[in-house]
Design a protein around this ligand. Structure first.
Ligand code: SF4
Length: 463
C-alpha cells in the first residue's frame, strides 16, 4: 500500500513537471521527431515517448530538420548498431550549432548500458540527455532539465517494476502493440536483453485487458501482445499466458490477437489448447529455434533440444492444424561444426517454416558466448548463412504454393510501396497478400482469393 502511494507520488511529480514544460513552451510551435531502431518493443516505447511529448505540448515533425526535440530510441541487439547510432548523432552537430535551443536525447536499451551512455555524453557535448528504457516515465523531468540548460543521464532506474497509465500516441489506427511482459530471465548465452531490459516482469491481467478494451473503443481491431518471451507471462502470479489469451479473446471489438515472441521451453499443451479454442487468436506463432543442433542449443542455454523442439512442432500442428510457424536462426555460434550446421539445415527442411529471420552470430560484450575461445571465422559464418538462406528460400516458395486458390480474410494494412492501386494485408496465418483495391478499404477486413505465389508473398483479388 505504502509502495503504491510512493509510486503514485512519483508519477504525480512527473505530471507536474510535464505541465511546467507545457507552460514554458505554450504559444510556440514546438515539434518532435523520434528515430526508432530495433524490435517492436522499441516501436511501442516510442509510442509512449510520443504520448508523453504530446502531453507536454509538442507536436510531431515530419523530419529531423524541422524538429525542436530529436530523440533516438536505440537498440543494442543488432550488429554495428552502436557505430551507426554514433554516426547519426554526430550528423546533428551542425543543426545544433544553428539552433542552440534544439533538444537532443538518446534512449533505449543501448543507453541502459552505463558505459555507452557516458561515452555518448562525453563524445557529443551537444546531447542534452540520455536515459535507459526503465526511466522512460521520467521524460518530463529530463525535458524540464534540458529547457533549463542541464545535461542528464538516467540509466540505472529501477524504481518501478512496471509504470502503468502512461499516454501513448499510437502509430496505427487499427492495429496496436500491447506490452504484457518486460525484461527477460532466460539469459541465452548470446543475448544482451536480460542485462539491459532487466528481469522479467508481467503486467497485471486486468491492466492488459483494460488497455485492450480501451484500444477497441478507439477502433483498434487487432492487437499484438508483446514480450521477450510472451508464453512465460504471469510468472509469480496465479495466471498464465493461456489465461491472458482467453481474457483478451473476450474483449468486444477485437477481431485478431497476435503475440510475439514465444520461447519453445514455455510452450505448454494448455497454451496450444488456448490457441485452438479461442477464435480471435491468430494461427501464427513466431517460435525461434536458433539452432538445430542439441549441442549448440545447450551452449546457447536455450533449455530445449532438437528433438523436443521437433516434438513441440508436431504437437502444435496436431492441436492447431493450419498454424504457420516462423523462426529465428543464428549460424556460426561459437563451436558450431559442419555437423551442427547440417543439423540446423535438416531441422529447417523438416519443419518447413513459413519464413525465417537468419543471422550470423556476432558477439555482444558482456554475454557468455562472447568470451568463448572457439569463435567461428567470419568467412565460414557468411558461407553458412548463404546456404541456410538458399534452403529457406526454397521452403518459403514451397510453403507459399499451398495457398494457391486459398480463400481467407485479410486486415487491409496499406499500399504496396511501388503502387497506389495495390493494397496489402495479412491472413490470419501472417501471410501477406497483395491485391487491387482503393484507400477506402484501409483498416477493413476483406475476403481475398490467392491467385498467384511470388517468392515472399501472395497475390490475390478481393471477393
Ligand atoms: S529469451 Fe533468450 S534470446 Fe530472447 S530475449 Fe531472453 S535471453 Fe534474449
Amino acid at each position: 500500500m505504502l509502495a503504491k502511494r510512493i509510486e503514485q507520488n512519483r508519477i504525480d511529480l512527473q505530471e507536474g513537471m510535464a505541465q511546467e514544460v507545457l507552460s514554458r513552451i505554450e504559444g510556440e510551435n514546438r515539434r518532435y521527431f523520434i528515430e526508432t531502431y530495433g524490435c517492436q518493443m522499441n516501436v511501442r516505447d516510442s509510442e509512449t515517448i510520443a504520448g508523453l511529448l504530446q502531453r507536454m505540448g509538442y507536436l510531431p515533425a515530419p523530419s529531423k530538420e524541422e524538429a525542436n526535440v530529436i530523440l533516438f530510441n536505440t537498440c543494442c541487439v543488432r550488429d554495428h548498431a552502436e557505430k551507426r547510432l554514433l554516426a547519426n548523432i554526430g550528423a546533428l552537430k551542425e543543426q545544433k550549432e544553428g539552433d542552440g535551443s534544439l533538444i537532443i536525447g538518446i534512449c533505449g536499451c543501448m543507453m541502459q548500458q552505463a558505459d555507452v551512455a557516458k561515452k555518448v555524453m562525453r563524445r557529443f557535448p551537444f546531447v542534452n540527455f540520455v536515459f535507459g528504457t526503465n526511466a522512460l516515465w521520467r521524460l518530463p523531468e529530463l525535458m524540464l532539465g534540458a529547457l533549463g540548460g542541464e545535461r542528464l543521464i538516467l540509466t540505472e532506474e529501477e524504481g518501478f517494476a512496471i509504470c502503468e497509465g502512461l499516454p501513448a500516441r499510437r502509430s496505427n489506427p487499427f492495429s496496436a502493440f500491447v506490452n504484457i511482459t518486460f525484461g527477460c530471465d532466460n539469459f541465452c548465452s548470446y543475448c544482451i536483453v536480460p542485462y539491459v531490459r532487466g528481469r522479467e516482469r508481467s503486467r497485471a491481467l486486468s491492466e492488459v485487458v483494460a488497455e485492450v478494451r480501451s484500444l477497441a473503443e478507439q477502433g483498434i481491431t487487432e492487437v499484438t501482445l508483446l514480450g521477450q518471451n510472451v508464453n512465460s507471462y504471469g510468472k509469480g502470479k496465479d495466471v498464465d499466458f493461456a489465461d491472458l489469451l482467453r481474457a483478451v479473446n473476450g474483449v468486444d471489438g477485437i477481431r485478431r490477437i497476435r503475440y510475439m515472441s514465444s520461447h519453445p521451453k514455455d510452450l505448454t499443451p494448455r497454451l496450444m489448447a488456448a490457441i485452438a479454442e479461442n477464435d480471435k487468436v491468430c494461427h501464427h506463432m513466431h517460435l525461434p529455434v536458433q539452432s538445430g543442433s542439441t549441442a549448440i542449443l545447450e551452449r546457447m542455454n536455450r533449455r530445449y533440444s532438437r528433438e523436443s523442439y521437433l516434438n513441440l512442432v508436431q504437437d502444435l500442428r496436431r492441436t492447431v492444424p493450419d498454424i504457420e510457424l516462423t523462426t529465428d536462426v543464428i549460424v556460426g555460434f561459437p563451436g558450431e561444426t559442419e555437423a551442427d550446421f547440417q543439423d540446423t539445415l535438416s531441422l529447417m527442411d523438416q519443419v518447413g517454416f513459413a519464413a525465417a529471420f537468419t543471422f550470423k552470430y556476432s558477439p555482444r560484450k558482456g554475454t557468455r558466448a562472447a568470451e568463448a575461445a572457439d569463435q567461428v571465422p567470419e568467412a565460414l559464418k557468411k558461407e553458412r548463412l548463404k546456404r541456410l538462406n538458399d534452403l529457406q528460400a526454397v521452403k518459403t516458395t514451397e510453403n507459399n504454393k499451398k495457398y494457391l486458390g486459398h480463400r481467407g480474410e485479410v486486415l487491409v494494412e496499406g499500399f504496396d510501396r511501388r503502387s497506389e492501386t495495390i493494397l496489402f494485408g495479412k491472413l490470419d496465418t501472417f501471410k501477406m497478400v497483395y491485391f487491387p483495391g482503393d484507400e477506402g478499404l484501409l483498416g477493413t477486413y476483406q475476403t481475398v482469393s490467392v491467385t498467384e505465389c511470388a517468392r515472399n508473398s501472395l497475390l490475390g483479388r478481393m471477393e
